[in-house]
Design a protein around this ligand. Sequence first.
Ligand code: ADP
Ligand code: MG
Length: 399
Amino acid sequence: MDKKTVRDLGADQLRGKRALVRVDFNVPLDERQAVSDDTRIRAALPTIEFLLDKGARVVLLSHLGRPKGKPEQKYSLEPVSRRLQQLLPKKRVCFVESTDTDEALKATHDATTDVLLLENTRFLGGEEKNDPRLARGLAELGDLFVNDAFGSAHRAHASTEGLAHHLRPAVAGLLMEAELEYLGKALTAPKRPFVAILGGAKISGKIDVIENMLPKVDRMLVGGAMACTFFRAMGLETGKSLVEEDRIEMAKAMLERAGTKLVLPDDAVVAPSLEAAGRARPVSRNAIPRDEAMFDVGPATRTRFQKEIESAKTVIWNGPMGVFETPPFDAGTASVAQAMASATKRGAITIVGGGDSAAAVAQLGLEGNMTHVSTGGGASLEFLEGKTLPGVAALDDRD
Ligand code: ADP
Ligand code: MG
C-alpha cells in the first residue's frame, strides 16, 4: 500500500498526542437501543489498542444510521460507548454528546480519559456536505488523524475525506490497512488461478465490478438472480425469475466478450414463489417453467463451482448465489462458503466482500475460515470496480 499507516509514525508522533480516529461504528441497535452486533466495534480494537500502547489518547469519530444532519436520539452513539467500555475493561472510555463545541474540545484535553467517543458525526449539518468549516473544527479535536473507517471511505464527508486536508499526519488505521492490502493485492498481483464469484439480486449494481474484474480473473462464476439476465441474453426461458429487461442487450455483449471465462449456472432451483418454498426442485437451466422462478443455483452448479473454487489460489466472492434468507434456497450460497473455507485451509487467499455475502458467511459460522471478510459493503464494491476511494486518496502518501 502506498498510503502511510499508524505503523509508519514515530514514537514522538504518538506519545502524549490526541489521535483523532474516524472509525465505522455504524452498528445495528435493537428495540432496547442496545448494540445487537458488535463486529464493527471489535474490528476497530487493534487500531485503538495500538495507539493506546504507544501512549496516545484516542478520540473517536463515527456515524451511525442516517440522521438528516440533526440530532435524533435513536441514532445516538451512547450505547456504542457502553459496549466499547465493556470491550476495553482496563481503560477509561468516555462519551461526549456534542462534537464541535468547546465541551468536546475540553474533553479531548482531559488526561484521565483513555478513549473518548464523540456523538454521531451525521448529527452535524456539514458532515455529508463535506463542509470545510466543519472539517477545520473537527481538526481541532486531535493532533493527528487516523482513518480506520474503510466502510465509509467511498464517501467524501467532513469526518473522512475533509479532515485529512486539515490535520496532518493523516494515516490509515490497521483495519483500513488490512482491507486495502487484501483487496488491493488480490486485484493487482493475485496468485493464480484467480476466481471471482458474483451473485446477488441485480446485475445493474455490479456491471462495473464485472467490467473491471473480467480482464483480471481466470474464471468468473455467476449466480444469484443476476444469472437470469444472462440466461435471457442466451435466449432461455426464465419464467417469473428476477430479470432486468433493460440489461439483456448489455449482458449479450458481455457474454460475447468474456468467452469461456464467464461460467453461468448449469441448473437452477425453482419454485412457484418464495412462499411455496416447500415445492422447490432442481431443473436444468433449459427447463425453467414459465410460471416459476429461479431462487438458487442447482446441485450440478454447486459441484461445478466447488471444483473451480477448490483449484483456485485466490478467490473473491461478492453476492449470494440465491435467496439465502429463505431455506432451502440457501444451499448454493452455503456451498460456495464451504468451498472457500476448505480453499483457505489449503492455503488459498479467500476474500468476501458485500454486506449480504458477509452476513451469509457469519450465519454459517465461517467468518474465521476466510482469509478476509471485508467490513465495508459499498466501499469494497467500489474498490472492486477499480474506483479510487476518496477517504483513502486524501491520506498521506508513503515517501
Ligand atoms: P451483497 O450485499 O453481498 O453485495 P446483494 O445486495 O447484491 O449482495 O444481493 C443480495 C440479495 O440478492 C439477497 O437479498 C438475495 O435474496 C438476493 N438474491 C440472490 N439470488 C436471488 C434470486 N435468484 N432471486 C431473487 N433474489 C435473489
Ligand atoms: Mg446487499
